[in-house]
Design a binder for this molecule. Structure first.
Ligand SMILES: [Zn+2]
Length: 349
């Protein structure tokens, strides 16, 4: 694929000691020399060759489209629009301490997370790379995220560059607006409603999976010295049971505790409250319904929607699940979702 004249001039300038003006002059001169029979790009190619530069380094793009990136690649060059830029974070691994940051870039074929370490973090810290900008990644390497998706990492020989030139084929930032419903965990804040998150189940709490409710109104029932009562209805002969399960979801940007009540816990564990009660009773272990299913759920990918509240007890955010959207996200459906957004965008134009 031929690059634009601008980009060719830029590349020639990078690789020769000439200024852009000098190169443009040479290109013009070459066109005149050849009786204007050649395009400026063609002339630029000849100028580059006369300077002893590698043809492919000048005109051929090695840049990959995002959809063709898979884990385990080296020397990955890619260009995309930064659609999200996350705050810089610190890490400590044994003796090593440092900073990293991540961003999501997108092209017309998809989006991908880019993880930036040490030297490149500064650009993000200084606000030199912000959403909406075009960024070029040079010599990145790819690995698999916790969700099993490819992500690009920048090593010591890699480069992250903000690019001021516009690349027409890249989706505009607005194309990602409909995705706001789906957010990254790092973006969640107290008071958020109806946000969708997607991540991996990192941990399941082995706590008692039941709580007692009033059989009349469904509100939580409380026991005082052997007598059950509901705040609204007063004394209760026998409470009903509901299930509750909490787990930690991680999407690479952060993790959050998510709580599933009632039918959502049933859905998550794949068991009815009645069956779970029976298992607990027969085994003499109330936690058994969770213990039995833990192995099967850990590491699974999950998509849920719900609300975020600050929990004063744990001193951190808690995600109250309102809908369990999927326990086995289908990559095809996810890709379709992305394309739909692009189509929407194109329909507007
Ligand atoms: Zn009641």
């Amino acid at each position: 694929m031929f690059k634009s004249l601008d980009e060719m001039v830029h590349r020639i300038a990078e690789k020769s000691k000439l200024s852009k003006e000098e190169i443009l002059e040479r290109i013009k001169a070459k066109q005149i020399e050849l009786g204007q029979l050649i395009t400026p790009e063609g002339a630029a190619y000849i100028v580059a060759k006369e300077l002893g530069l590698d043809f492919f380094a000048i005109v051929e793009t090695k840049e990959l489209k995002i959809k063709s990136i898979i884990p385990g690649m080296k020397n990955v060059d890619v260009v995309g629009r930064a659609v999200k830029v996350f705050p810089v974070r610190e890490f400590q691994k044994e003796e090593r301490k440092g900073k990293y940051a991540s961003l999501i870039i997108a092209d017309e074929t998809g989006s991908i997370r880019v993880v930036v370490w040490s030297k490149d973090v500064e650009q993000i810290e200084k606000g030199e790379i912000i959403p909406g900008m075009i960024v070029r990644v040079r010599s990145g390497y790819t690995k698999s995220s916790l969700q099993g998706e490819p992500e690009i990492h920048l090593g010591t020989r890699s480069k992250l560059m903000a690019d001021t030139s516009d690349v027409k084929t890249l989706p505009e930032l607005e194309a990602f607006a409909p995705e706001l419903e789906r957010v990254y965990i790092a973006e969640l804040k107290d008071g958020d409603e109806k946000k969708e998150i997607r991540g991996t189940i990192l941990q399941i709490f082995e706590s008692r999976p039941f709580f007692e409710v009033c059989p009349k109104c469904g509100k939580r029932a409380e026991e005082k010295s052997g007598v059950w009562a509901c705040r609204a209805c007063g004394q209760i002969e026998r409470p009903d049971y509901r299930m509750v399960t909490s787990l930690i979801i991680d999407d690479g940007t952060d993790n959050i505790r998510a709580t599933f009540f009632g039918r959502l816990a049933e859905q998550l564990l794949g068991i009815s409250t009645g069956e779970a009660l029976k298992i607990s009773k027969e085994s003499g272990n109330e936690k058994k319904p969770i213990i039995d299913r833990k192995e099967n759920l850990l590491g699974k990918e999950i998509i849920v929607s719900g609300e975020t509240r600050f929990d004063t007890f744990s001193n951190r955010l808690n995600f109250r699940v309102r809908e369990l959207i999927s326990l086995h996200p289908d990559p095809k459906a996810e890709a379709k979702r992305f394309l739909k957004q692009l189509e929407k965008k194109l329909a507007i134009e």
